[in-house]
Design a protein around this ligand. Structure first.
Ligand SMILES: *Cc1c(COP(=O)(O)O)cnc(C)c1O
Length: 377
């Protein structure tokens, strides 16, 4: 049986939770959406959360709520899923890319500073693989910029005694509930914030830019009356998805512990391979979210390709996260980006490989992955 690099962990109680909604009164935007938002607010220790139909839609909502638009630049990491940059393009702004720090594979204050200009309006640091990025330091270095954490990999991670998503040093944080992420609602995303005005804009953007808040309506034409005051979308998450999300959130602690145990075993069983660099560890006092367990082959592109192909031949479906975003053809054609922009990101990309890491991975399966990596690298 094939071993994927990541997959969901769905138990009978998750199935029952989704089915119960199908038998009820609401299929979309009923009580389960609010319950899912509340579960995330509690886990992240944050006063507002708005569910979206995907993490990508949530990033779009965050860029809108921040008021970013044409003429603005937004800086994200070169090593991330393309959606972290696409949200800038969605609102007419220009995505720029900060290189990674080779010690953490996250952006650093120095790499972000090198990517900013006087047009920079927002930063979207990514907690890559679930290792917290230096949010406090970025906030201190750029107090006038909007700071949106891409926390798609990092639900359950902790930094400076706070859960990622608490937004004590950022304006918003964005989560994803895609099935390979730590907690899933099949498709889904969420934005957390401490800012009441951001919260309102996020809610309206999710539903066409419509409001029925009496305090905000231009006129009162009756009980049915609502106004579209901005251009929004239908980015709502359904109650079916949300019920699955609520059920999954109950297992967050267990999921994070199991993922960290798998990472510790990889460290123990692969630590002696000179040609393999293991995933960076969190500093004392921080907790890694472990969405991904990435290794880097020091032999570069050809060695990594042999390792990837050899593992796939054995049914071990490792993956590469990620091609530096600016090297995608659309980014090169649209913004004129060229290879060489972020040298550390390109060197990382040449050797990186994500090994299987998810709660249902058994020790025996992990042993077979380790054996194959040792043989093929
Ligand atoms: C998964 C992911 C997203 C997008 O989330 P979706 O729910 O798949 O739309 C955004 N950023 C990062 C870093 C991701 O890994």
């Amino acid at each position: 049986m094939a071993i994927p690099y990541g997959r969901q962990t769905i138990d009978n109680d998750d199935v029952d939770a989704a089915v119960a909604v199908l038998r009820g009164d609401w299929l979309t935007t009923g009580p389960a959406v609010r319950a899912f938002e509340e579960a995330v607010m509690e886990a992240c220790d944050v006063p507002y959360a708005v569910a979206y139909s995907s993490g990508t839609a949530a990033l779009h909502g965050a860029a809108f709520a921040a008021g970013i638009g044409p003429g603005d630049e937004l800086v994200t990491s070169a090593i991330t899923f393309a959606a972290s940059g696409n949200c800038a393009a969605y609102v007419g702004a220009t995505p720029r890319f900060a290189d990674i720090d080779p010690a953490t594979w996250n952006v650093s204050v120095a790499t972000v500073a090198a990517a900013t200009s006087d047009r920079t309006r927002a930063l979207i640091p990514v907690h890559f693989t679930g290792l917290p990025a230096p949010i406090r330091q970025l906030r201190a270095a750029h107090p006038d910029l909007v700071l949106i954490e891409d926390a798609a990999h990092a639900i359950g991670a902790r930094q400076a005694d706070e859960p990622v998503g608490a937004c004590r040093h950022s304006d918003m944080a964005v989560l994803s509930f895609h099935p390979v992420k730590t907690v899933t609602s099949a498709e889904g995303g969420m934005v957390t914030t401490r800012d009441a005005e951001c919260f309102r804009r996020l809610l309206e953007f999710r539903t066409h830019g419509m409001t029925r808040d009496p305090a905000r309506l231009e006129r009162d034409e009756g009980g049915w009356y609502m106004e579209q005051q901005a251009l929004g979308y239908n980015y709502r998450l359904s109650d079916v998805h949300s019920a699955l999300g609520v059920s999954q959130m109950r297992k967050l602690e267990r999921f994070i512990e199991r993922r960290n145990a798998i990472a510790a075993r990889y460290r123990e069983l692969l630590g002696d391979l000179e040609q393999i660099e293991l995933a960076p560890e969190p500093p004392p006092g921080e907790r890694h979210g472990r969405h991904l367990y990435v290794i880097r082959h020091r032999g570069g592109a050809a060695a990594r390709r042999r390792l990837y192909d050899g593992l796939h031949d054995r049914g071990i479906l490792v993956q590469v996260h990620y091609l530096p975003v600016y090297l995608h053809p659309w980014y090169r054609d649209t913004y004129g980006y060229q290879p060489g922009l972020c040298p550390a990101a390109e060197e990382y990309y040449a050797g990186c490989l994500s090994l299987p890491c998810y709660p249902a991975l058994s020790d025996e399966q992990q042993d077979s992955v380790v054996e194959a990596v040792r043989e093929l690298s």
